[in-house]
Each structure stands twice: as C-alpha cells, then as structure tokens.
Design a protein around this ligand. Sequence first.
Ligand code: MSP
Length: 644
Amino acid sequence: MSERFYVTTPIYYPSDHLHIGHAYTTTVADSLARWHRFAGRDVYFVTGSDEHGQKIQRAALAKGVSPQAYVDEIVASFKNLWEKMNVRYDDFVRTTDDRHHRAVQAVFQKIYDQGDIYKSSYEGWYCTPCETFWVENRLEDGHCPDCKRPVELVEEESYFFRMSKYAPRLLEYIEEHPELIQPETRRNEMVNFIKSGLEDLCVSRTTFDWGIPVPFDNKHVVYVWFDALTNYLTALGYPEKGELMEKWWPADLHLVGKEIMRFHTIIWPIMLMALDLPLPKAVFGHGWLLFDSDKMSKSKGNVVDPLVLIDEFGVDPIRYFLMREVSFGQDGNFSRKALIERTNADLANDLGNLLNRTLSMLDRYFEGVVPEPAASPNAIDQALIDYANSLGSAVDTCLKEYKLNEALVKIWQLIGRGNKYVDERAPWNLAKLDDKSELSSVMYNLVETLRIVALAIKPFLPETAAKMWSQLGLTDLDEKSLSDVTWGLLPAGTQTKKGDPIFPRIEVEKETPVAPPEKKPEAKKESAPVQEKPEGVLIGIDDFFKCELVVAEIIEAGPIKGADKLLKLQVDIGSEKRQIVAGIAQHYAADDLVGRRIIVVKNLKPAKLRGELSEGMLLAATSPEGRLELVSVSDAIPAGSRVK
Ligand code: MSP
C-alpha cells in the first residue's frame, strides 16, 4: 500500500433522509481514513450528494418546491448526520456545485470530441428509483432486476457512449489487476456481466431538465450516473491538472454497496479509459445492512434513523455495532436487540469493566497513581505484553485488507486478555504481601493495556478513546500515532482520574411476561411412576438444548431476612438483569460473589422463594464433604454466552 490513501463513499441521493444503511458505508470510510492517518499516511476522504436526475425532480415536484430548494434542505441534514457521527471528511462534493458542472461538461466534451459519444435515439426501459437503463432481456417479470420495482418505457433522442468498444480492454485490465474489484465474488459477477455483452450507454436525457446541460446541446441533460461518477474527479479540481489531481489520482478505494458495483467497475473504468486517466486501485462492494433480515425501505416502513439511535445510545455504540457486527463484504443484520446485546457485552462488560475495575484497584492500592513496573515480567505478564505489542501491525494488516470486524476482534482480544489477567494475577492477593513490587507491575501492566486499547480504538470509536484517555490521566491524544501502540510508553507517576462508567449497561425491556401463564396440570397417569431423578436415562441432544444455559455475572449479592440458607443475587445474563434466589448462603459470603461469572439456567420457570422472585437457577456441585462450589468461568467469557 502506498503511503497515501484517497478513499471515497458513494454520493447519496438527497431524495430522502439517510438511514442506518447509508451511515454504514460512511462510518467504514471514516474509520479507514482515521486509521490510515493514525498510521502516518497521507489521507484524502471525500463524500457528497448526488443531486440531479428524474427521481429528485419528481420528489421536489411532489413536495411543491424547486429541486434546488428540495436538495438544499436534505443535503444540510446529511452534513448534520456526518457531524453527529464524528465523520471527518476532507471534501463534500455536491453535484450542484459549479466546480462539478465544469468537471462533468469537460468530461462529456472530451469524450465527444474524440468520437466516443454519438447522437442516436433510445427506446427502452428505465428504472427511475435506481436511475438505470435496462435492456428488455435483463428485466425480471417486467421489473427492475435490482430494486424489483416497475420500470418505465422511455423513447427519446439521446447521446450514447461507446462502452462496447472498451469491453475487451476492460476485461484484460481486470484480469491483470484483479484487486480492482473486491471482494472476489463480486469480481466474478462483473466479469460475467461484461462477457454477456456490453451495450453502448445512453448518457443524456431530454424529457426533464434537472441536470447538467450537455455542453454543446442544451436540449439534453447529462445522464445522472455519468454526472455522479465524475464527482471523484471534481474533488481533485478536474479538469485542471493541478496539485490535487497530481497527488491523489488514481483513488485508492471507492467504497460502494453491492448494487452499484456495475456503475463503478464497468461504466466508471470505461469513462476513465476514454479520458486517458488511470483506473482506481480498488472498488470494494460491501453487502447490505438488513433490518431484521429484510431489506430496509421506506415503503416497508423499516428504515432506521441513525439520529434517533445516536440520541438514545450515543454515537460510539452505533459505530462499533456497524463495524463489528457485519463481516465487511457480506450482508448483515441490524436489530435493536442485537445493538443492545453488542453494546452490553463488548462495550459495557468487556471494555467498560476493564477500565473500571483497573482504575478502582489503582485508587485502592496506589491512590490512583500509576506505579513503576518494579518486578520483572513472569510468563503471564510477558504473554500480555507480547500480544499488546503485536496489536498495531495486526490491526493495520486487517485494515489494508478492509477487514474491519476482524480488526475489532483483535482489539477486543486484548481487552479479553486484560480481564483474564486480572483474574490470573489477582491483585487483591498481591496487595496482602509486604513487598508491593509485583502488585506495582501488575497494576502498571493493566493501565498500560488500557492505554494501548484506547489508542487502537481511536480511529473506530473516537469519543470513547478520548474518554478513556482522560480517565487514564493522559494528554495529547490527537498527537498520538500507530508508533505509540508500543508497550512501555505509559509514564509511571501518571495520576489517573476514575470517572463514571463509559458505557452504562442498557436495560432491556422485557418482551415476555415474568411468569408465563400457568398451564393446567395434566392428569397424572396412574400407571406411570414419577421419576424424581432420571439417572441413567439417556436424552437426545434436542432435550439438552431445551435447557438454555448461559454465563451470568453476579452484580450484587445479599441476604434474605429470615432465610439463613438463601442469598439473593442480581445477575447480568448479557441481554438483561435478573434476580436469582439460591441456597448457597452457608457456602459463600455475599461479598465474595460479586464479579464472579457463573452458569445459570435461563429458561427455568420463575418462582417465588420466601416472597422473593427467582428468575433462573445457578449450577453448582457438592464435594463428598458437603462443600458446595459454583460452576464458574473466567472473565474472558462475556455474560450472556451460551453454554453448550
Ligand atoms: N447516488 C448513487 C451513488 C452514486 S456514487 C457515484 C446511489 N445513492 S443511494 O443513496 O441510493 O445509495 C448510496 C449507497 O448507500 C449505496 O452504496 C448503497 O449500497 C448504500 N446503501 C443503501 N442502503 C443500504 C443498506 N441498507 N445497507 C448498506 N448500504 C446501503 O446509489
């Protein structure tokens, strides 16, 4: 990868407000841009709005306003959304900008002058929502094969672009530069599309006027896709061959959704060939974000407004979810439940707890001041240090391959290791020793782990990194770079400032009643003896799976008045908090239980014990001497994980 990175998003249609699917692409582009800047690369990040065409003109007409007034209002909402999502672009191209008019007209004129655009007439099909021409044999039951909506018959005089002439050259180019079209599955689709025969493309319209006029024929406006694709050059000052063009063209990466790959990997490269400009280095076609497994669309009423989510959850849980939940390139699913589960498990439990418990212990043992790492590292320390030291380049490699979710998994592995390290090194035991050198090292290592985590997540979750940085008592976060993701740069003596939890747990509204309606007891068959303990009886795997066993973290534990064998526990089972009453008071002190991760039966019918509701049962085993021990797992396994 070169040390410069020009990345673009598609420019969005301001026919309507943006939904979470649009925010997906732009969040990814922003994180990539931020990461490469952090890694010391020169970055240029461009987004914008695709404001012309029949679809917008009709939408404005329906609202009774001019197209310009219509788009001005919606484009302002795009910019507001990007601001709220902490998207920091370098340029925003509006296709109604004068500079863009100049660029599009220059492109059209040049290609016309060299004989690759000619006048003829078009008679065929058009999908207005997709702004796409279709030849009859590609339609599906008379509908657009992409959006499945009805197409319209169009008959008009048009200019045509000689795409067919360039098809063999494009195929050859793709063969020599397979990295142009990513991921590979999309490359195969595109190659097949070209091989099935490329028609010349209609590149002007005459039946409406909301567009850029063809420079030498005012009756025509330029076809909206020909207009829109040019934005990637507009941002660089084209047609001037100035410093920006010199420095940034060809683009390193066009990020686009899978349904607009054809425009970016066939029409756009051919336009560039005709302009005698180099082709972009990569076009990556990502999948769709579905809503409860269905495509988001206004007509289905299932579009999710990112601004509403940000107000409710904050921006970083949304950014994290978008990049972590979906394997980039594939379709992914958005649901409120999944967002809450991710936030609680990864952000509140794993990251939030590591920060919170580390700074609490540091307050307790060293008045919040980072001690010297006095003792030499043992094998457990060294494993943590080695992993942390390898993290920067591991994440960098993932991002060069556009594997954002893998990058986040790698960072969360360090967080998981940090939590496990607390259990393994048990600072509370080291604190009992007279010699505090080992305790000092362990606490230093934990804070240092958090410093490295904060740096590594900065490009993905900028607000969280800043909050962590301030709790860690550190300054100059903006000046830090990938080279600071190196073990040992945390200065001993730093005064930390433990604050509120950075991700308070989100309580889940219960969807089912606490106690399911009682079923009428079935009449007992006289002849069948009731088996109290079905020992020796074999069950099928299906029977086992009826029992939903999950990891639960004990958040609170306390006595129940008048019941000396019972304890009342508040546990976190990932998706929600529950109360469990357990007969363990004679084996465990309530205080020793907090923070422990145990196994509970989640789908046990709720019951009342001594007037207290119990919504689950915990697993324990008893020794021959009668000592009861809870079945536990380490902190590496998040609350809510299924046990099977
Ligand atoms: N204006 C054109 C792009 C021109 S680029 C030169 C356009 N605009 S769009 O607003 O309809 O869509 C823009 C992008 O948003 C596309 O890449 C599309 O795939 C993406 N998405 C729209 N809905 C989406 C999801 N539900 N999930 C993921 N991406 C989605 O096409």
